[in-house]
Design a protein around this ligand. Structure first.
Ligand SMILES: O=C(O)CCC(=O)C(=O)O
Ligand SMILES: [Mn+2]
Length: 218
């Protein structure tokens, strides 16, 4: 496979891939955090309408923080309650906020108000189509993403869906940041791979996305 595997990459367009950013202890802390968040705010399968047809996403997700990303027949949006329990999402654990601060500093980006931690779960065979993250009010703040579990093939495109894509192999512990112009680039998870040493018992993958949603400053 020709995906960029383990070399650190920082591009002029603000895209960063830092393999092995998380320590083993941090990976386990993230898994523990995800388990407790899922107890309060269970994973759900979002839906979207394409050409009048309602389609299930090929992943499940939940959130922590004052705002949670959600999609159903009514479209993509941020909500302040879990759509099924109707309770506020649990707060973002301190360990995740600390990792977010360290990630920004590592990529020489200024501190940011982290308002949402989206947790995606990809079971074997699941994926996420090419998309731009543009549900946020603030489309300039960087997007941080932490990988835990199975290896994944991440495709990074350009501003147009038709632009060519670059392949990155994201492994457990990797950090990706889309800042600057790359913040608005198309991207997606083409597939996950069976991975030796996967800390997830179900052989899946978790992705923690940390986002600033509103235009509020720190
Ligand atoms: O799973 C990933 O690495 C990317 C997730 C993502 O792009 C999203 O949830 O918007
Ligand atoms: Mn995205």
């Amino acid at each position: 496979m020709s995906a960029k595997a383990s070399k650190e990459e920082t591009r002029a367009d603000g895209f960063h891939h830092i393999p092995g950013f998380l320590s083993v202890n941090e990976i386990h802390a993230l898994l523990d955090a995800a388990r407790s968040i899922c107890l309060e705010a269970p994973l759900l399968r979002p839906r979207m309408t394409i050409g009048g047809k309602v389609i299930d996403f090929k992943l499940t997700l939940t959130n922590a923080g004052p705002l949670g990303w959600w999609s159903d027949e009514r479209g993509f949006r941020y909500v302040d309650r879990h759509p099924v329990t109707e309770m506020p999402f649990p707060p973002i654990p301190e360990i995740i906020l600390d990792i977010g601060k360290r990630a920004l500093a590592r990529c020489e980006l200024p501190p940011m108000r982290i308002e949402n931690c989206l947790i995606n779960h990809y079971a074997e065979g699941e994926s996420l189509g090419q998309h731009q993250d543009r549900t946020e009010e603030d489309l300039d703040a960087p997007i941080l993403s932490l990988s835990v579990g199975a290896d994944a093939l991440f495709l990074l495109g350009g501003m147009d869906r038709k632009n060519p894509t670059r392949k990155y192999l994201l492994r457990s512990g990797d950090l990706v940041i889309q800042s600057g112009p790359s913040r608005r680039a198309f991207h997606g998870i083409k597939q996950i791979y069976p991975t030796i040493g996967n800390p997830l018992r179900d052989r899946g993958r978790l992705n923690f996305t940390l986002r600033k949603v509103t235009k509020e400053t720190l």
